[in-house]
Design a protein around this ligand. Structure first.
Ligand SMILES: NC(=O)c1ccc[n+]([C@@H]2O[C@H](COP(=O)([O-])OP(=O)(O)OC[C@H]3O[C@@H](n4cnc5c(N)ncnc54)[C@H](OP(=O)(O)O)[C@@H]3O)[C@@H](O)[C@H]2O)c1
Length: 293
């Protein structure tokens, strides 16, 4: 297949591009820079110049493909709401370019899109989260309601020894504040998945070609935030402290709304439907290898 990948130059996109090419697919990778074009060419992909703001570039990339994996997102979290709202426009544009065909659009969400107190979130839980990124799933559902063929890939904290999803900004907050913090007793959990396992799951979802489903790219149902804070504290050689829920917003800033939330997620259905078995190292193993200084 010829696959249009947005975010092809990013952390997860780079792994997805490699996974697709290694499996014999062709990749048309969106990039907004010459540096990105060079990297994509070196990886064996064809660069497609454009951006999330240039909707024509998205439509032409999708039109030239047999399927789309949408990973690009502007991670300036000071404008999280605006970037999440723009993702609606992006997804509607990609969906319109594929309309009337059997080509699949895979969009990227997070497991925190659905919050189910007392039990791990499943693939069948509808999005209900207060976080702005829920716009992504609403946009996917809007394309589905118009007859489009869409898959929602819900990501946990995706990691390797260099990057760990929202743990990466947690490290920067700890570095800036001089303490590594968790909320309350820190027993609340975030799910995790190794980047290579996640990349394989995107390929399996594309090849399975079933639309109207959500998948959870979850290898570990939940890793306690206290355990994460302790590894960060050791890595940065700073104290590990508990913050009250009231103190969380001040300490964690934009991450304050999530830092104390228990949001485990299961991938039982995903594993069964796609024959996916994660094999990568755990998040704590990767985090422990990080060069903190
Ligand atoms: N990492 C995680 O643990 C995690 C968890 C949940 C959800 N997600 C989601 O998974 C997706 C990929 O995440 P990631 O960790 O790979 O992110 P990343 O490393 O920050 O990569 C983001 C990608 O988006 C591209 N991009 C950003 N703004 C753009 C714009 N205005 N126009 C075109 N391209 C733009 C970047 O291109 P440049 O190379 O040009 O900057 C890059 O390729 C995102 O949607 C993210 O929100 C990630």
């Amino acid at each position: 297949m010829r696959v249009f990948v947005t975010g092809a130059t990013g952390f997860i996109g780079t792994a997805v591009v490699k996974e697709l090419i290694d499996a014999g697919h062709q990749v048309l990778g969106l990039t907004r820079s010459e540096q990105g074009a060079v990297a994509l060419t070196a990886a064996g992909a064809e660069p497609h110049r454009g951006s999330l703001e240039d909707l024509d570039s998205l439509a032409s990339g999708a039109a030239a493909s047999d399927g789309v994996i949408h990973l690009a997102f502007n991670h300036d979290f000071t404008n999280w709401q605006a970037h999440s709202e723009h993702d609606r426009t992006v997804i509607a544009t990609l969906g319109a370019a594929l309309a009337g065909s059997d080509r699949l659009l895979i969009v990227t969400s997070g497991t925190a899109a659905a919050i189910t107190p007392g039990r791990p979130t499943t693939e069948q839980d509808a999005p209900n989260s207060p976080i702005p990124r829920v716009a992504t799933e609403e946009a996917a559902d809007a394309v589905t309601s118009k007859g489009g063929r869409v898959v929602v890939m819900r990501l946990p904290q995706v990691h390797d020894p260099l990057k760990q999803g929202l743990i990466t900004p947690l490290i920067e907050i700890a570095r800036a504040k001089g303490v590594s913090a968790y909320v309350g007793d820190g027993a609340n959990r975030w799910p995790a998945g190794h980047v290579d396992d996640v990349a394989r799951l995107y390929r399996l979802a594309l090849e399975k070609n079933v639309a109207g489903v959500r998948y959870n790219a979850v290898a570990e149902e939940g890793v306690a935030l206290r355990e994460i804070a302790e590894v960060i504290g050791r890595g940065l050689n700073i104290p590990v402290v508990s913050k009250t829920p009231e103190e969380a917003a001040e300490h964690f800033g934009w991450l304050g709304a999530l830092a104390g939330v228990d949001i485990p997620a299961t991938s039982a259905l995903t594993r069964e439907q796609l024959g996916w078995t994660p094999i990568g190292p755990t998040m704590i193993a990767d985090l422990s290898k990080l060069a903190f200084v």
